[in-house]
Write a protein that binds this ligand. Sequence first.
Ligand code: ZN
Length: 204
Amino acid sequence: MTRRAFLWTAAAIRSGAQGRLPVPIHRVMDARAHCTPEQLRHFWSSIWPEAVRDFSQGGIELQTTDGPGEVRRSAGDNPILVGLRRGVINLVLTDQLPLYWDNSLALAGTTTLWDGNAMSMIALPYAHGNQVPFLSVNTCVHELLHVLLQDIFVSRPQWYQSDGREFRVDSYATGLWLFHDGAAIRESAQACLDRLRPAVAART
Ligand SMILES: [Zn+2]
C-alpha cells in the first residue's frame, strides 16, 4: 500500500467511525394482525433488509430489539397500542392501520408521537421497497425518517406543511438509497434521540 493510499484509507476509516450513529428501534409485531406468510416473508427478506442497508449506507446503524405487543382498535376514536417503549423508536408491524389514521385509504404506514412514544406503524400488505426516486421509497425508511427528521414533534401540521414533509422525507430517503448521503439525517437523528431521552440528555 502506498503512503497516499494508506492515508486515504485511514481518513476514510476515521470519518466513517466518527460518522456512524446507532439508532435504537424497538419492533413490535401486532399479535392481532392477520398477515399471510407471503407478506411476512416479503417484509423480512426484502423490505426490512433494504431499509437497514439504506440507513447503514448513510452511517446510521439500526439497533433492533423485539417485544410483544398489539394494536387494540377501540370502539371510540383512539386505538390502544400495547408494547411501546419510551426513549426509542417503536416500529409496530400490523396488517391494517387503525381507522383513526387510515381513513379507509389503505395506507402503508403512519408515524406519530403516541403517549410520548415515538412510533412508526407499518401495514405489511401495503408496504413496499424502493420503487421510484423522490416519489416512492422504502416504506420503513420513509416512516422512520418522519421520526429522525423530527416531524413527530410538530403537532397538527397544515396541509401545505404535510406535503412539504412528504417531499422532504422522500428526498432524504432517495439520498440514502442512491447517494449514500446521511450526514444531515444523522445530525437531526441525534437531536431527535436527545429529545426522546430527556433524562439521559440532561445527565450528559
Ligand atoms: Zn409520510
